[in-house]
Design a protein around this ligand. Sequence first.
Ligand code: NAD
Length: 275
Amino acid sequence: MNQITLNDGNTIPQLGFGTFRLEAAEAEAAVNEALEAGYRHIDTASIYGNEREVGRAIASSGIPRDELFVTTKLWDDKHTQAHQALEESLDKLGLDHVDLYLIHWPNPPANTFLTAWEGLIELREEKLTRSIGVSNFLPEHLSRIIDATSVAPAVDQVELHPQFQPTDVLDYAAEHSIAIEAWGPLGQGKYPLFDAAPVTAAARAHEVTPAQVVLRWHLQRNRIIFPKSRKPSRIRENFDVFGFELTEQELAAIDAMNKGEEGRVSSHPNKRVSH
Ligand code: NAD
């Protein structure tokens, strides 16, 4: 498994398993399946409501804790109570620390994300999380927390797939050594992504599936990904992406699928209303 070294010196498996919209027994079964298939990096969040099930799957796997990388996230309504929120998440997960704790959204109207970031810095000092980062932060949010604290997040987890490649965020992150985690790496299945010519041509050439081509594109572009599926066959398919390599022309053809804002499948971080 490829590992990416973060700006704090910690490493993260480049390919993990996402758990958004996996609930209750379904979440536990899917994480069990993922761990059996070889995934060692799990991405969850307090708002997903499945930390307890993720924790149960981790416990029953018997995999040593130091071989696993677990991420969870601070929800909007807890920006000023990060300590309490992480303790609650750890309790549900059955862990004494996570590997990565993220501010889930900047939620700019509340004007609390800087307080949240200061809280995460303390949580890292207390070793309740090994690394800290953010999610859905635009350059204006990143510069605000970096200017105020001189601590750059280890990652920014943002929507990113062939039809939506936010170049402003990618450029800012590269300049500040912030690793990019691509959420919705398969476009959440909302676009005809798998029928696009650059994807189908590469799939034919390498005798792999369109989903595997898109995941491989992310990996070769140095992004951290954690595709989600509830189907055992797809969970395994999405992990089987290390046996082929896309050419530079194939990568460039997929880069060219970017539609800018029009390609976004979820909300713009500044327009999103917290629920
Ligand atoms: P995704 O791009 O991983 O798409 C998942 C969907 O793609 C599946 O439900 C299925 O319909 C389809 N799919 C999966 N594997 C397939 C395959 N092999 N072939 C064909 N179709 C396939 O979307 P996601 O789950 O939203 O994103 C991945 C993870 O990112 C989430 O599970 C979550 O952990 C994280 N995430 C974070 C945020 C955030 O705000 N930070 C938001 C959304 C998701």
